[in-house]
Design a protein around this ligand. Structure first.
Ligand code: NDP
Ligand code: PYC
Length: 331
């Protein structure tokens, strides 16, 4: 694979200029460029610049409104709702997350229901936003049918990611962020692009046969991680991100979508909990003693550590050269 080196400033400018050239206003372009840059900074490669062509397709087809102004409301005590007005998710989060953190810090628990949004990014930015403010964060979103529920060979679930972050004052949070499929679709697509195989158990070809060819899996179905257990979590994500927000289940998102290659309209559920208010004084030390036990075990690493280590490096990032050419041709 040929790559070209870009600084984080250059990555931000490329993403922002591409969004501006395709109908975004300053605020929407900045929100998107920020999320793309943070993904590249942390090494979330399947959800950084790789997603920009899809974002542009959604803007050009008119599916996404690059000038949307998301509206925040408070329909019930600890419930925050954002109507994204058809924006990409980061724009809606930019107004929803501060409101969520504010309520959870006062009440101990709060839920943010994001609707009328298009999510194509990683979810750790949402949960780490909360952890950076002393709150536990849980976020999930659905997608379009990509994954066969356990027992079936037919796709119904999205790749349905879920992220969890736990605050560690003075340290990077514990944070996992994972598709509930055996592999994220973006990583399957990147493996296909780079001519690699994927591990057995990742998915089935269009005839329902197991395969390690990512190109065939992209045309067939992905499997949930961990069999029926991952399938149950994917089911929970459908219910929280669509049932609880009132937005589209993955199958409804596909029915409503114009299939331009960009993210479909859907919802996201973000939950915030305050350990200071729920556990009370001393929660930090109590948890750190547990974390010491965990990290004292040979072979264990804390989820999020790889990204947080990458984040310390402010240097150049190697970007796929063909992807760069594609993105530059979009302005
Ligand atoms: P990975 O399988 O790469 O990683 C999942 C989590 O496990 C990460 O938090 C990772 O931490 C952690 N982890 C990995 N290896 C270890 C290890 N050996 N020990 C402890 N923890 C470990 O993620 P996925 O491929 O499942 O998902 C990739 C991204 O795709 C996610 O950011 C997700 O949000 C995004 N996505 C978005 C969708 C959307 O609709 N918007 C749909 C599906 C996925 P670390 O990062 O530090 O390696
Ligand atoms: O990687 O599975 C994925 C994905 C779907 C939507 C955004 N990312």
């Amino acid at each position: 694979m040929t790559t070209k080196d870009l600084s984080l400033t250059e990555i931000y400018a490329l993403a922002r200029d591409t969004m501006l050239a395709n109908g975004c206003d300053d605020a929407n372009a900045a929100a998107l460029a920020d999320i793309v840059t943070r993904a590249e900074r942390d090494g979330s490669h399947s959800h950084g610049l790789f997603r920009v062509p899809g974002y542009v397709k959604a803007l050009r087809s008119g599916k996404v409104d690059g000038t949307a102004k998301p509206m925040v409301s408070h329909p019930a005590g600890a419930v925050v709702r954002v109507d994204g007005g058809g924006c990409f998710a980061p724009m809606a989060q930019s107004v929803g997350l501060p409101a969520l953190a504010d309520v959870a810090s006062k009440t101990g628990v709060a839920a943010l229901s994001l609707t009328n949004i298009h999510h194509f990014a990683a979810l750790w930015p949402e949960t780490e936003y909360l952890a950076d403010r002393g709150l536990v964060g849980i976020a999930c979103t659905a997608y379009m049918p990509t994954v066969a529920p356990a027992g079936s060979k037919e796709k119904l679930f999205g790749t349905n990611p879920i992220s969890f972050a736990w605050p560690r004052p003075g340290k990077a949070p514990v944070c996992y962020d994972m598709a509930t499929s055996a592999m994220a679709l973006g990583d399957v697509q990147i493996a296909a692009r780079d001519g690699k195989t994927v591990p057995p158990g990742t998915g089935l070809d269009p005839d329902g046969n197991p395969t390690t060819d990512p190109g065939l899996i992209a045309k067939g179905v992905l499997l949930p991680f961990g069999g029926y257990k991952g399938s149950a979590i994917a089911l929970m994500v459908e219910l929280l991100a669509a049932g609880l927000t009132g937005e589209a289940f993955s199958y409804e998102a596909a029915e409503n979508d114009n299939h331009d290659g960009g993210p479909p309209r859907g919802g996201e559920m973000v939950i915030a909990l305050s350990p200071a208010l729920i556990a009370g004084e001393g929660w930090e030390d109590h948890v750190e003693r547990f974390m010491d036990k965990l990290t004292g075990l040979e072979g264990v690493r804390v989820p999020g550590d790889r990204r947080h280590r990458n984040r310390q490096n402010e240097g150049l990032r190697a970007i796929n050269a063909d992807l760069l050419d594609t993105i530059r041709s979009l302005s």
